[in-house]
Design a protein around this ligand. Structure first.
Ligand code: XIL
Length: 470
């Protein structure tokens, strides 16, 4: 039985004033019908709170912190919030409590992962099938985010499109070392500070990018200008990490601690960091980040390691070393800049994610975009949409994947330029087919199709609903 049917049998669509009673009965009944699913507890007249745990195979995944304490709902003109009390940590619980002013609860139901939202508005309660919500309940496990450059907020519609679709913000350039520390010891945070309020307003906070990279460094780090020694540069790194992570502690819940430490041929990137400090610089960066914020999720991020090859192997070797050394690394952010020439297949992506999880690390996506071939045709657009669907489905399939970030808000602001139509929202901020597949994919409702580029002459099919999975 689906949740919708179950709940409809228990609750009137619109309950009379003082509707706490039916609400309470509904919850109790759901609880007995679904032993073990609903962990707590009937509501009060001012609302109800239910703790839920999403089961996925043998593993129980708590609602991710990145999802934030509130999920905003829109349904047929009604708006509301689900207050979710999250298992696992006083910080999460405390944050959540503040959010439980209005609405009520979500009950995930095992039979097909449908969710019914019981909504209380003023004097009336209503049940809404999640399928009718203009809402990504993927936020319960998979949160969607987007990268921003603060100056883009001056463009009309960008902030609105971001708020509508995304639940965390990634700092595209604002926290890179060239931006934040243009001179030794001089820190500039104006750019990242502009993103902070927006990131908080959507609930999921910031994904900080990036603390240690070979690229986009300030000129003062050039060792042809100044001879850097290991102790000096290690201390400079510690101070940099402490300053950034410390400042955004609590808002930046996730950090790309190290980005692109390995070259495409699998060897170490010979950056100033490697030359002056040595190969253990990566481990040090993670340790410094953990010291600065014990609660943040710490990631290694890299580009074009989704498919097999020397690059991916080199990264996996480095990750294995880090894990063995006990470095405080939580996971890997696959950037997901899916250039058509890469020709990534769902099976390859699955294989890469499986290898990462086998190291005891989690995996997520942090910079997904798909620059289409020119001139952009309908076939290219379908290719792009399928590529987004493939990534979303891969995230859904892997239990540790709870965040998926795209690299820009609209096509107008993509680093590829607007003509490549690389993002799920068009230049005016309207959702494209890519957005639709992204939303379906992160809810486990797509069968991923191989996004073969049109130039390869492959037939282009249509989306197949995943009958068995939903
Ligand atoms: C890019 C930004 O999007 C551009 O605005 C900037 O000019 C260059 O850097 N992988 C990364 C990101 O880790 O830092 C890059 O961002 C995109 C590739």
């Amino acid at each position: 039985m689906t949740a919708a049917v179950l709940a409809a049998a228990l609750l009137p669509a619109a309950a009379p004033a003082g509707a706490a009673e039916p609400l309470r009965r509904g919850i109790e009944a759901e609880r007995s019908a679904l032993p073990g699913r609903v962990l707590a507890r009937p509501g009060t007249s001012s609302g109800a709170v239910v703790r839920v745990r999403l089961d996925r195979g043998p593993v129980a995944w708590p609602i991710p912190l990145a999802a934030g304490p509130r999920l905003a709902l829109r349904a047929g003109g009604c708006t509301g919030r689900i207050g979710v009390r999250v298992d696992g940590g006083p910080r999460r619980t405390a944050r959540t409590r503040r959010a439980q002013r209005r609405i009520v609860l979500a009950l995930p139901v095992r039979a097909g992962r449908r969710v019914v939202v019981l909504e209380r508005r003023g004097d009336s309660c209503a049940t809404v099938d999640v399928d009718r919500l203009d809402l990504d309940l993927d936020a319960v496990r998979i949160t969607l985010g987007a990268a921003l450059r603060p100056e883009q907020l001056d463009r009309p519609g960008v902030a609105d499109a971001f708020r509508r679709e995304y639940r965390f913000a990634m700092t595209e350039n604002a926290l890179k070392m060239r931006t934040t520390q243009p001179f030794p010891g001089l820190f500039l945070f104006d750019a990242a500070d502009r993103l902070r309020g927006l990131a908080r307003s959507v609930g999921g906070g910031l994904h900080g990018h990036t603390l240690l990279m070979h690229d986009q460094l300030p000129a003062w780090l050039d060792d042809r200008i100044q001879g850097w020694t290991r102790p000096l540069l290690l201390e400079a790194l510690r101070q940099h990490v402490a300053a950034l992570v410390g400042r955004y502690r609590g808002t930046a819940r996730t950090w790309d601690v190290v980005t692109e430490a390995i070259r495409p041929d699998g060897s170490d990137w010979p950056s100033i960091w490697r030359r002056a400090i040595g190969p253990d610089v990566v481990e040090h960066a993670f340790r410094f980040a953990r010291e600065a914020d014990p609660g943040a999720r710490l990631l290694y991020s890299d580009n074009a390691i989704e498919n097999p090859g020397a690059h991916r192997d080199g990264v996996l070797r480095m990750l294995r070393r880090l894990v063995r050394a006990g470095a405080p690394i939580d996971g890997v952010a696959l950037q997901g800049h899916l250039k058509p020439e890469i020709e990534l297949t769902p099976a390859q992506l699955d294989d890469t994610m499986t290898r990462i999880e086998a190291l005891g690390l989690r995996v997520q996506f942090s910079e997904v975009d798909v620059p289409l071939g020119l001139p952009v045709t309908a076939a290219w657009r379908l290719y792009g949409a399928r590529a987004f669907g493939m990534v979303a489905d891969a995230c859904w399939q892997h239990a540790s994947c709870d965040a998926l970030g795209v690299w820009g808000v609209t096509d107008a602001t993509s680093w590829w330029g607007p003509e490549r139509e690389a993002l799920p929202l068009d230049a005016a901020g309207r959702p494209k087919d890519a957005m639709r597949r992204l939303r379906l994919g992160v809810r486990g409702r797509l069968v991923a199709e191989d996004p073969v580029p049109p130039s390869a002459g492959a037939p282009l099919g249509s989306v197949v609903p995943a009958a068995g999975r939903f």
